[in-house]
Design a protein around this ligand. Sequence first.
Ligand code: OSB
Ligand code: MG
Length: 368
Amino acid sequence: MNIERVELMVVRLDLVRSFETSSSQRRFLEHILVKAYADGLTGWGECASPIDPYYCEETTETCWHMLKDFLAPNVIGRPWETIEEFMAPLRKVKRNNFAKAGIEMAAWDLLAQAAGKPLHAMLGGTRSEILSGVSLGIERDTARLFAIIDQYLGEGYRRVKLKIGPGRDVDVIRAVRERYPDLPLMADANSAYRLGDLPILQQLDQFDLMMIEQPLAHDDIIDHATLQAGLRTPICLDESIHSAEDARKALDLDSGRIINIKVSRLGGLLEAQKVHDLCRERGVPVWCGGMHEYGIGRAANVAISTLPGFTLPGDISGSDKYYAEDIVNPPIRATRGAIAAPSGPGLGYAPDEGRIASATVRALTVGE
Ligand code: OSB
Ligand code: MG
């Protein structure tokens, strides 16, 4: 496979509902789509970085810089057969995982199309449908939060994740637990607490949460181990895991007992597969995290979620939870809390080029 040129597009979409976490608030997103041309095929990828550096250090702008000046130029005109070979020239680029994930996804799409297989089959997926939950932003009004939860439970979603932060934790979780005694429920702190907050987090133990996601600093796995020793609720790590090596160290230290596999944060599907395999070997449950992906990145999330270790419902919801209109056809649909793995080759959803063009705010071709 030989990539001749790469098109980069910044595509802007409004969210149907603005999303607040302990670290940011957003109403619209600007994700970069990567379209790679090779051997008569076109492969698509999505770089799902937020525009601001509040979840991690990357932004849409840093991803644009990396893709344009380092990642695309290093893969253009360099033949490869496997994803390991495709990634080899990018290994020297440190971190910048969201940017790497965008171009790696396009390579997987090319490879799967060339093999005439769905991406999930290329990745070793075994499930025909994936379990789907919803991640809800911080809502200031409890009645409104209940209405939102009712809506998604009515649509059949299997679990609810609530964003929490200091001052918006125990009371909210208590209220939700009282109203929904049997709901599979979890909380995501997006690194808002410190070890000294142990007593607050211990109060959450009484609400039978499936897990608390990333309570402590984005770059920590040491204090998380101390915290886990003092909590009954399992800790799930998100922000602090960037590779399978990070996951191994965190599991060795017992810094958490569940891992959120997020393709962007891990720098692509290959590393996501590695984290999955490691966790499976160790009997550690995983689920697929999201970054409000458009249809292309969402298709990749659906594909990775078909691997056998994804035993917990993930944050991968139907397109309509996020966007009035997605950029792929058909849009990704969750029915009774499950998304069916598509049967077509590659990503299995067709990018809608007209819709993409009308939402594109910047474009560039590398390799012409
Ligand atoms: O921490 O998992 C997170 C969205 C943006 C940034 C960070 C996170 C999230 C989500 C939403 O929780 C997941 C989704 O529905 O795509
Ligand atoms: Mg998270």
